[in-house]
Design a protein around this ligand. Structure first.
Ligand SMILES: C[S@@+](CC[C@H](N)C(=O)[O-])C[C@H]1O[C@@H](n2cnc3c(N)ncnc32)[C@H](O)[C@@H]1O
Length: 201
């Protein structure tokens, strides 16, 4: 039986023209390139067409890009092949996956929220690794399960080095609300280098 998120997102990637055109990498990444290692492994979670992952791969990083939508990954694959980029992809439900411990140099989480992932990210990043996270804040008409509370993300990672935390307004690119402004939270945080970090329970 198909996963409900896969059904939903496969439909969107197949039928919404705006999801099929190549996008620019996220500004939160391009604005913090000085923090990135020149080599290493990036995990792009709920990657969509992995525009940011492909950008980082073109700069010499290796990328693993994961998403529940095979339609999204097919689009991504077309772009990856054109430029022979070092991006590996897999289709999977990322609600609460297992990830290897202290394995990734960078984790990207853009516009996808599954709170169980936070503890998984804490363990999967190498000491000194970077987390870049951006998604919508909850507003009156929204389901709090899928959207952040104000300061929630910052509080979860407040024992890490917070390089940037901001709550800002962005114009929605949703085709049905092209000019709607939505509030988003942005986090750039570095996991402590010490091996004996106390992980959140
Ligand atoms: C708003 S898009 C963001 C895509 C990409 N991160 C970006 O910022 O361009 C949300 C993505 O989450 C993926 N997604 C939704 N539910 C998922 C799940 N349970 N497991 C993995 N990916 C999921 C969708 O397929 C979609 O690609």
């Amino acid at each position: 039986m198909p996963h409900p998120d896969a059904l939903h997102w496969d439909h969107r990637y197949t039928h919404e023209t705006s999801r099929r055109v190549p996008r620019s990498p996220h500004h939160l990444v391009t604005g913090h390139l000085d923090l990135f290692p020149s080599k290493g492994l990036v995990l792009d979670m709920a990657c969509g067409t992995t525009s940011t992952g492909r950008f980082l791969a073109s700069r010499g990083l290796r990328v693993i890009a994961l998403d529940v939508s095979i339609a999204a990954l097919r689009l991504a694959q077309l772009e990856v092949r054109k430029d022979a980029l070092p991006v590996s992809m897999a289709v999977m439900d990322l609600t609460a996956p297992w990830l290897p411990r202290e394995y990734f140099d960078v984790i990207l989480n853009f516009y996808y929220l599954s709170r169980p992932l936070w503890q998984i990210y804490r363990e999967a990043l190498k000491p000194g690794g970077l987390l870049l996270f951006e998604t919508f804040l909850c507003e009156a008409d929204m389901n709090p399960e899928h959207y952040l509370d104000s300061l929630e993300l910052k509080n979860i990672f407040d024992d890490w080095e917070i390089i940037r935390y901001a709550e800002i307004q962005r114009t929605s690119h949703l085709p049905d609300h092209p000019s709607k402004k939505r509030r988003v939270a942005q986090l750039v945080a570095r996991k402590p280098k010490e091996k004996n970090e106390i992980l959140n329970p």
